[in-house]
Structures are given as structure tokens and as C-alpha cells.
Ligand binder design. Structure first.
Ligand code: 5AD
Ligand code: SF4
Length: 410
């Protein structure tokens, strides 16, 4: 049984799956049952069978619980099966999820997106925003903590919209965070992903006040020019975005921010790209996912000419990536000598312990396997590429001339 769980956010992700499926179709050996799930299933539906006649089933994002049924159907009848219902399975049994990672768990809190940015397929593949009842989320988090999980990441296409579709629950995103923080033993709560417009003062205060809530917030700007933002239908201007960031930093100066950026959106000029570059430099994001624009069928932007040549898109991407590199390098430099709390996640291929700070920075250090799944305080003594190197608290800091040596040893 081969299941391709797919993403359709950019063209490349889709092309990879289509390439692999095509290859399977040409294979002469006895073949497995082949299924496609996820966003491509929602976007392509029965047309997948036309393009790939050897695919046995197509299962939409809201039909996960139909997997057994569909498999039985395919095995019994030998016919292709399609299930891509639009309605949300509100009573999905989340508690049966099987998790491989013993330390961190992902918990769905809302699905769908009502924002309709002009480049994005998500509102079409994931549908309208539907929040999951807070009691059910609390139950799952309590169960995870009982099982020994230390970190929970709350998931949704726009977590900050949580609860807006169900005003009768009286539980918006920050209310949910206050409720989860009360669960004894919950050490770290994170979330992914959000829209800047829905980041409220209440949420900023929650990040400041709740011990479990990590001081890292994803705050995706997408572009730094107000004209491009308008064309993207992001519903904020550059000035409104910057004002919100300043407000957040007033409330909690140590907050770390992450972003998503698209370069080469239709008609983006060099000057407009430089506005994105300058804002990046000004805000100094600690995490950034940077993409070149990819036209998606069914979105409003698909009708516009994709007029920025690929070389120009790639060049803008590279410039932003190097800026991001130099900023995160400086941030790591600033952390030398600091004692930081890390959650130990496991071992890397060099058999060192790998861990994460509350603000999502990678840390490695030597230690016994008993530490996996625990919170430890370590002291940063050097860094290498994307990773901080640490040792026990009280260890001497290496003189700077030895930093290069430490990095080259990795
Ligand atoms: N082209 C390039 N990047 C895109 N994203 C969404 N749609 C597209 C697209 N058509 C990016 C956005 C979003 C992230 C998940 O993917 O930056 O925040
Ligand atoms: Fe897509 Fe995010 Fe915009 Fe929703 S808010 S349409 S998920 S980019």
C-alpha cells in the first residue's frame, strides 16, 4: 500500500508527486495499491484518475477517517474510489492519532482559511475556517501530557482566527491558550501558522504572561510593499504591519518573530523588492521561509501574467536568504555565553544530543540518553552554521579564536 500525502501550496510540490505517480504507472513489476491524500486530492479530485489511471483511491483532507472503508472497497471491487467531501468531520477521533515523536506533539485546533490571499490555494483546498471545540483540544493536550509529552504545537492554517466561527463558545485563540496553560505539566505551547491581522493585543499579552507559551511568534509579512500587499489581498499595509510589530516588542521586548515571504509576485519591481529587503533588515526575523512566486490554478493571481523572469525571482530569493543568514548568525553570536533552557529531542547523526530553545533555535551538546525528553539548562559556547553548541552550565566559554576550530570540528 502506497499513500502519497500531498501538498499543493506550490507547483513544485505537486510536480514531484505527479512525477513519482507517473513512474509507478510505467513500472512493470506487480504494483501496490496506490492512494493520494491531502491537498492535491482536494484540488484535483477525479481528474487525478484521468491523468493517473493506476491510482486506486483519492481521499480528501476531511475524509481521513474513511481510509479503512476506501481500502475495503478497493480490495473488494477492484474499482477506483473517490472521497472528497466538503464538510468537516467535527467528531474526528483525534485521540487515536499515532505519533512517532515521543517528545513533541502536533494538535489540530482549526482548519481552513477565510482570508483568500490572491496567490493561495489553501481556502479552496482546505475550505472555510472550522474550529475544534476547546474541550476536545484540552482533552487531547491533557492526554499528551499524561503520556510524557513536553511540547505541544497547535496547528491550523490561521490559528489566530480560532473561535471566531463559533462565537457561542466564547473562546478565542488567546482564551484557548489561557485554558491550556492551566494543564499541569504542560511545558511548552507553540502554534503554526497565523495572519498578522488577527494577532491581537490580548495574544501579545498572553505570550508575555503565560509560562507555557513560547516567546516565538510566526508573523508572516509576505511582502514589504503596500502596493504588492494590496494586490496579494493581505488586508494590511506595510505601515500597519510595522506598527503591530513595534507594539508587540513594547509589550514583550524579547519576542522572536518568524515570517513567510514571497518574492517575484506579478509586477513586483526591484524597488518594491528592496522594501521587503529593508523591512527584513529592520525587523530581524529569527526564522524565515522565503519562496519564489508560483502561480496556482484557481486563484485570482493565476489570471495575471507571471511576468517576473525566473532568474530575477531566484536572484531576489538568494539576496533575502543571505540577509537572513547574516542576521541569524549575529543572533547566534549574541547568544554566546548565555544560559538557556532547552528541550532535549533526541540524538543527531553524530550521536550528540539535539535540543531546541523556546524560540526554536537548534542546540547540540554532549550528554546521556536519559536527558531525552527533559528540559535542561545549558550554556552556549559556540555555534556552527544553523546550530548553537552548548555545554553544561559553568563550563568555560571558548576564546573567540577557537570558535572557528569548534565549528570546523562538526
Ligand atoms: N507561491 C509561492 N509561495 C506561496 N505561498 C502560498 N502560496 C504561494 C504561491 N502561490 C507561501 C506563503 C505562505 C506559505 C505557507 O507558502 O508564503 O505563507
Ligand atoms: Fe493562504 Fe495564509 Fe492567505 Fe490563508 S492567510 S489564504 S492560508 S496565505
Amino acid at each position: 500500500l502506497l499513500i502519497y500525502n500531498t501538498c499543493s501550496i506550490r507547483d513544485l510540490a505537486e510536480r514531484k508527486v505527479m512525477g513519482k505517480l507517473g513512474k509507478l504507472g510505467r513500472s512493470k513489476t506487480r504494483r501496490a495499491i496506490i492512494g493520494v491524500t491531502g491537498c492535491m486530492a482536494m484540488a484535483k479530485k477525479e481528474s487525478l484518475f484521468r491523468k493517473m489511471p493506476h491510482v486506486d483511491f483519492v481521499l480528501g483532507t476531511n475524509n481521513l477517517t474513511d481510509l479503512n472503508l476506501v481500502l475495503d472497497e478497493v480490495l473488494e471491487t477492484g474499482k477506483q474510489s473517490l472521497k472528497v467531501d466538503d464538510q468537516f468531520e467535527e467528531n474526528l477521533n483525534y485521540l487515536v492519532a499515532k505519533r512517532d515523536d515521543p517528545v513533541k506533539a502536533y494538535v489540530s485546533i482549526i482548519r481552513g482559511c477565510d482570508k483568500f490571499c490572491t496567490y493561495c490555494v489553501v481556502p479552496y483546498t482546505r475550505g472555510q475556517e472550522v474550529s475544534r471545540p476547546p474541550e476536545s483540544i484540552e482533552e487531547e493536550c491533557r492526554m499528551l501530557v499524561d503520556q510524557g509529552y513536553k511540547e505541544v504545537t497547535l496547528l491550523g492554517q490561521n490559528v489566530n482566527s480560532y473561535g471566531k466561527d463559533k462565537p457561542e463558545w466564547n473562546c478565542l485563540f488567546h482564551d484557548l491558550l489561557y485554558r491550556l496553560d492551566k494543564i499541569p505539566g504542560i511545558e511548552r505551547v507553540r502554534s503554526m501558522t497565523s495572519h498578522p491581522t488577527d494577532i491581537t493585543i490580548n495574544l501579545m499579552q498572553a505570550v508575555r504572561d503565560l509560562p507555557s507559551l513560547c516567546e516565538f511568534v510566526h508573523f508572516p509579512i509576505q511582502a514589504g510593499s503596500s502596493r504588492i500587499l494590496k494586490k496579494m489581498h493581505r488586508i494590511y499595509t506595510k505601515e500597519q504591519y510595522i506598527e503591530k510589530v513595534e507594539q508587540f516588542r513594547e509589550i514583550l521586548p524579547s519576542v522572536n518573530l518568524g515570517t513567510d515571504i514571497i518574492v517575484g509576485f506579478p509586477t513586483e519591481t526591484e524597488e518594491e523588492f528592496l522594501e521587503t529587503y529593508d523591512i527584513f533588515k529592520q525587523i530581524r526575523y529569527s526564522v524565515a521561509f522565503i519562496f519564489t512566486y508560483s502561480p496556482r490554478k484557481g486563484t485570482p493571481a493565476f489570471r495575471w501574467k507571471d511576468d517576473i523572469p525566473q532568474e530575477v525571482k531566484d536572484d531576489r530569493l538568494q539576496r533575502l536568504l543571505s540577509l537572513h543568514d547574516s542576521i541569524t548568525q549575529e543572533q547566534r553570536q549574541d547568544m554566546l555565553g548565555q544560559e538557556i533552557e532547552v528541550l532535549v529531542e533526541g540524538r543527531n547523526k553524530n550521536n550528540q544530543l539535539k535540543a531546541r530553545t523556546r524560540c526554536w533555535k537548534n542546540v547540540i551538546f554532549e550528554g546521556s540518553s536519559d536527558l531525552i525528553g527533559t528540559l535542561q539548562t545549558v550554556k552556549v559556547h559556540s555555534y556552527s552554521h544553523q546550530t548553537l553548541l552548548a555545554g553544561p552550565v559553568g563550563e568555560l566559554i571558548l576564546p573567540s579564536s577557537k570558535l572557528a576550530l569548534a565549528s570546523s570540528n562538526l
